[in-house]
Design a protein. Structure first.
Lengths: 92, 575
């Protein structure tokens, strides 16, 4: 008598647990996939940003190259280093 | 009816037997199959899983960028930029009607591409074009040619181009350092690529990632001691000197004696590190470190150190150089004219052969050799630069009279320009020798120096070097407006087949500035200057002057104001 009453609620309980666990597995797998998809999107983004960053880095250094600056200063803007007789040291 | 019924009963019994036997056979087969393929006992499951994985699961490298190299102010000198290498699966591409279109896209000859595809026809991988810009690669990949894919890689760019080419060195197409700093600090700069696993489909495209097995670790950044502005100025002046003198090669190196940092180092000929096509290895050498020359008269400074250390000479001791020539063994050494009785200081100022010969004979070659060793000749400077030469000091069992003397004016030994700069840096440091470095030094990480000569001797020698650039010295062209500088010229006959060549020279100048607080040492070497201006004083000293002017300006050295009162008065300021 006792054993039948035990079976009558233990088995459905275990069944419910199994179903819950199965759904949990499904949900977690889904999360992992979502997370991984996001990771890949972000990695792509990182790659793009790095692409842009190095391009800008190279660009800024091309524009700011010393020879370009000195060329513009001397040729376009007619600048020159001040003669020493025109400069004065201000003692600190 | 009864017979029929019996018959049916009998057949039913037989049917059961046959059915059971057949089921048993089927069950045995299924059990055997399960045993072979599902349970691990039969090895079949493992085998099949492995075989399945072999056909679908791939692991791929996650590329990492190489560390950034910057100058001392953080300006990038070597940058790894993402690029895409296009590759194709020839088996899928070779029969496509779009090969011609693809060739046009890539700027290749269509027939050549077809031939190449046919050649690799049984392979699954073939590079189409390496290191393409990401935008261009995207365009091609978007066009969807069969079997054409892109692989991410990094490529090294050198924003300063030829200005820093020789010191930075090069990487190969796979991003490994093969020369210069890139090679010397390979382990530091090179990252560790990561690893990921994915499943590919029939066409080789990734359909599902398993995830990252190993995280990629990018290379670390490296700050050099080089100052790009200074490097550029030095490079420009050296190129200009090469053009003016028509020389075959040249080197310049500037060192901060206080810290041992190399601030700039340039050479001629140069190469463009961003284009691999026209790479000539003779122009890729960082000659200031890798090429040893006879240093000539620049060594007389160290002879002076030996003379002062011996106690037999002071800088104003008088030496009789009349009649302007002296016989040593079978050879006669000449001065340009008879200087008569002159001081030790004047001997160095005028670079008198006779005077130095007399000093060398009095001091002895062992003492001079000892000073050369102590000043770091014959050993590396400590930069760790690949291919750096140590130069050579004579190691003779028997010294002839002439060899004992020529050592004193820099023949019979060899040194690199950077070794000369380091030797003079000892003087600028008041007699303390430091190893040189190409890396930026933090305040507390400075190398500890080693005292190699007495402070007062270093001060005396500096005073003499200062006079060399003053009127009457051999290097008046080395003067820098607003500053007092000191140094020593050298003019060396080049060695050819059968001895020294009469018409080919190496012009040298090694100088220290500013003399009020000696700190910056610059060595200039010009190999084979043509025309009349071949000497150290005419070919190399002006380069030193122009470079040092930039050094002092960029490093914010304070000019020596001669007469502040007069200047203020002229500006209408009352004191």
């Amino acid at each position: 008598m006792r054993s039948t009453s035990l079976a009558s609620w233990v088995i459905p309980l275990l069944g419910a647990c199994i179903i819950c666990s199965a759904l949990g597995v499904v949900a977690t797998t889904h999360h992992v996939r979502e997370g991984y998809a996001r990771l890949q999107v972000l990695e792509l983004e990182r790659w793009r940003l790095q692409e842009q960053y190095t391009r800008l880095l190279l660009e800024i250094n091309t524009w700011a190259a010393p020879h370009r600056i000195s060329q513009i200063a001397v040729d376009d803007l007619s600048m020159q280093a001040p003669d020493l007789s025109l400069s004065q040291v201000v003692a600190e | 009816m009864i017979g029929q019924r019996n018959q049916f009963a009998l057949s039913r019994w037989r049917f059961v037997i046959v059915a059971m036997a057949l089921s048993a056979l089927a069950a045995t087969l299924i059990a055997r199959l399960i045993h072979l393929q599902v349970t691990d006992g039969g090895q079949g499951a493992v085998f099949l899983r492995e075989q399945g994985a072999l056909r679908t699961v791939r692991s791929a490298e996650i590329p990492v960028y190489r560390g950034l190299i910057t100058d001392r102010n953080g300006t990038p000198l070597a940058v790894s930029s993402p690029v895409v290498s296009l590759w194709a699966n020839p088996q899928q591409l070779k029969d496509s009607p779009r090969v011609g279109e693809l060739a046009q896209f890539l700027g290749l000859d269509a027939q050549a591409l077809r031939d190449k595809l046919a050649f690799y026809g049984d392979k699954q991988f073939m590079y189409l074009a390496r290191h393409q810009t990401p935008d261009f690669a995207r365009e091609i990949l978007r066009a969807g040619f069969p079997g054409v894919r892109g692989e991410r890689e990094y490529r090294r760019y050198y924003p300063a181009g030829e200005v820093t080419a020789q010191v930075l060195g090069l990487t190969n197409v796979d991003g490994r350092g093969i020369a210069g700093i890139e090679l010397a600090f390979e382990d530091w700069l090179q990252g560790v690529p990561g690893k990921k696993r994915f499943i590919k489909d029939l066409y080789g495209d990734a359909v599902r990632d398993f995830g990252v097995i190993e995280e990629p670790r990018p290379g670390k950044a490296l700050a050099l001691s080089i100052d790009l502005r200074l490097q550029y100025a030095q490079h420009r002046e050296l190129q200009r000197a090469m053009k003016e003198t028509g020389a075959a090669a040249g080197s310049a190196v500037t060192v901060d004696a206080w810290t041992g940092e190399v601030l700039a180092v340039s050479n001629y000929p140069v190469f463009n590190p961003n284009s691999r096509n026209a790479l000539d290895f003779s122009s890729a050498r960082n000659r200031a470190l890798t090429d040893a020359y006879e240093p000539g008269s620049t060594i007389k400074t160290l002879t002076l150190v030996a003379a002062l250390e011996s106690g037999q000479f002071y800088i104003d001791s008088l030496v009789d150089t009349a009649p302007g020539r002296i016989r040593v063994g079978a050879k006669v050494l000449h001065d340009p004219r008879d200087y008569g009785e002159i001081s030790v200081s004047t001997i160095i100022e005028k670079s008198s052969q006779v005077g130095v010969t007399k000093i060398a004979q009095a001091v002895g070659h062992e003492a001079i050799l000892d000073v050369l060793y102590r000043f770091g000749l014959g050993e590396t400077t400590g930069t760790g630069f690949p291919g750096e030469r140590m130069g050579q000091l004579p190691d003779l069992a028997h010294w002839s009279d002439i060899e004992k003397v020529t050592l004193a004016f820099g023949y019979g030994l060899s040194a690199t320009p950077i070794q000369l700069a380091r030797a003079y840096a000892v003087l600028a440091n008041g007699g303390v020798r430091r190893p040189l470095t190409l890396l930026k030094q933090q305040g507390d990480m400075q190398f500890r120096g080693e005292r190699v000569i007495d402070k007062t001797i270093a001060a005396d020698v500096l005073r003499v070097l200062g006079r060399v650039t003053e009127p009457g010295g051999t290097a008046t062209l080395a003067q820098v407006p607003g500053f007092s500088v000191g140094g020593k010229t050298g003019t060396v006959h080049k060695v050819g087949e059968g001895g020294y060549l009469d018409d080919q020279y190496v012009a040298l100048f090694v100088g220290i500035a500013p003399m009020t607080a000696p700190r910056y040492v610059t060595a200039i070497l010009i190999d084979q200057p043509r025309g009349d201006h071949y000497g150290g004083g005419l070919a190399a000293a002006p380069v030193y002057s122009r470079v040092t002017e930039e050094v002092l300006r960029i490093r914010n050295a304070r000019p020596e104001q001669t007469d502040l009162g007069a200047l203020l008065a002229s500006m209408g300021v009352r004191q």
